[in-house]
Design a protein around this ligand. Structure first.
Ligand SMILES: [Cu+2]
Length: 157
């Protein structure tokens, strides 16, 4: 019986500590969405292999939200392309299909990753060739955080 009591006390203590750590980290983070955009890169349209040049490209990046409130990516724009769309990818029976999405949720205290085979910022009707080492400027418009501008480095796919 005594052993059981100690075990109960230990379990409750561990629960309280874990809860306290969680509450502290939650409430010490900013309430508003706090976005940090990193690893922005765009797929080169012409590789070094001399193959045919692609007429489209995509931008990939990571959006980290350290705030307690979710945000939403509404649109993206860049001078490098006339048409910029938010896309996601669905893979069924080994066939990948990308599709247009209206907006992308940026959950609280999480990362939203745009990466090959997943979400991406699609560039259609390019205004220029994208060569490895080039940089392009991308403006992202968020529901709560407003506009953010990032530089994306062009990389070979
Ligand atoms: Cu796409």
């Amino acid at each position: 019986m005594k052993k059981f009591l100690w075990l109960l006390i230990a379990v409750v203590a561990v629960g309280l500590i874990a809860g306290g750590v969680f509450a502290y980290s939650w409430f010490s983070s900013p309430e508003a969405p706090t976005l940090e955009i990193s690893d922005a890169w765009a797929r080169a349209t012409a590789g070094s292999d001399g193959g045919e040049e692609s007429v489209t490209s995509a931008i990939y990046l990571t959006i980290h939200n350290s705030g307690r409130t979710a945000d939403k990516l509404l649109t993206a724009a860049t001078d490098a392309a006339k048409v910029v769309q938010l896309h996601d990818t669905d893979t069924r029976n080994d066939v990948s299909m990308m599709f247009l999405v209206e907006s992308v949720d940026i959950p609280a205290r999480r990362d939203a990753k745009f990466e090959p085979g997943g979400m991406h910022i699609m560039l259609l009707q390019l205004n220029q060739s994208l060569r490895p080492g080039d940089t392009i400027t991308v403006t992202l418009d968020f529901e709560k955080s407003g506009q953010r501008t990032v530089i994306a480095e062009v990389r070979a796919p």
